[in-house]
Ligand binder design. Structure first.
Ligand SMILES: [Zn+2]
Ligand SMILES: [Zn+2]
Length: 273
């Protein structure tokens, strides 16, 4: 398996980091987890255009994780002859979100159908999940578990298993039982993280609120340690580290609680699993 970081950023626009998303490649099959700002540009760079995405898995419906879903739908639709239906999995509320997105795209869909006689409406297959098996076809097994990101609720994380290895895409969550269950013995655990020590220095209530529902670096490291994962990937870092010195500091903080490998990747970095 390959894990390609198609977006290592956060809600805050960053010149070098796209919004949160990850691409998992298994024997030529492409699975996209979340679809944040700039995702389609990163997919182009990764050689995985929208038409090649087998399934989109959404962890939750916060804007930073779904900004490019409309672009994914449109670009896949207009680049297929015809495009196969796109399966989309997400927590409760995903159906409504996709329906609203299609409503937003209504004018554009109308223009294109009017102009191109071979086009019909975009085909999407939405499935809402709370926990359990999302896909199991002998080659790839994907399971979901509930995470904890209240007041955003419900939210889910995913574990993808193939070729004897496993990757956990946790999304935004504080430590919780569902997360522990997903991570147990995983090879790679990707966690969105924040630095509470830095955020607490800023006297802005709205920023301090962010502390309520994200794992700190320490939280992520403790979860990784408890679950016995091999590699912890720090992602969606707030505030975003920009220098190698910053990155080393984040990794150093995590290493105080976790003995395994720790990575804080850049956009398009590939982790072989
Ligand atoms: Zn969120
Ligand atoms: Zn987020």
């Amino acid at each position: 398996m390959e894990l390609i970081m198609t977006g290592t950023g956060s809600p805050l626009p960053d010149p070098n980091r796209s919004g949160p998303s990850q691409l998992v490649k298994v024997a030529g099959r492409n699975f996209l987890i979340d679809c944040g700002r700039g995702c389609l540009m990163r997919l182009a760079a990764a050689g995985a255009p929208p038409i090649t995405i087998e399934r989109l898995l959404l962890t939750h419906l916060h804007s930073d994780h779904v900004t490019d879903v409309n672009d994914l739908i449109t670009t896949r639709w207009i680049s297929g002859f015809p495009a196969p239906p796109l399966p989309i999995v997400g927590p409760e509320g995903t159906d409504n979100f996709i329906e609203s997105t299609l409503k937003m795209l209504e004018s554009d869909i109308g223009y294109r159908i009017e102009h191109h006689s071979d086009l019909e409406s975009p085909q999407l297959e939405v499935a809402e999940t709370a926990a359990g098996v999302v896909l199991d076809d002998g080659q790839v097994r994907i399971t979901a578990a509930m995470t904890e990101h209240k007041p955003v609720h419900p939210t889910v994380g995913y574990r993808i298993e193939a070729e004897g290895s496993s990757i956990v895409l946790a999304g935004d969550t504080i430590p919780c039982a569902g997360l522990d269950e997903l991570c147990l013995g995983a090879d790679v655990y990707v966690q969105t993280v924040i630095r509470d020590d830095l955020i607490k220095q800023l006297p802005i209530k709205r920023l301090l609120d962010v502390l309520d529902y994200h794992s700190t670096v320490e939280d992520a490291a403790r979860t990784a340690d408890k679950a016995g994962v091999k590699t912890l990937v720090l992602n969606h870092c707030v505030p975003a580290p920009s220098t190698q010195e910053d990155i080393d500091q984040w990794i150093q903080m995590a290493s105080e609680h976790f003995d395994g490998e720790i990575i804080l990747p850049s956009d398009l970095e590939t982790i072989n699993v």
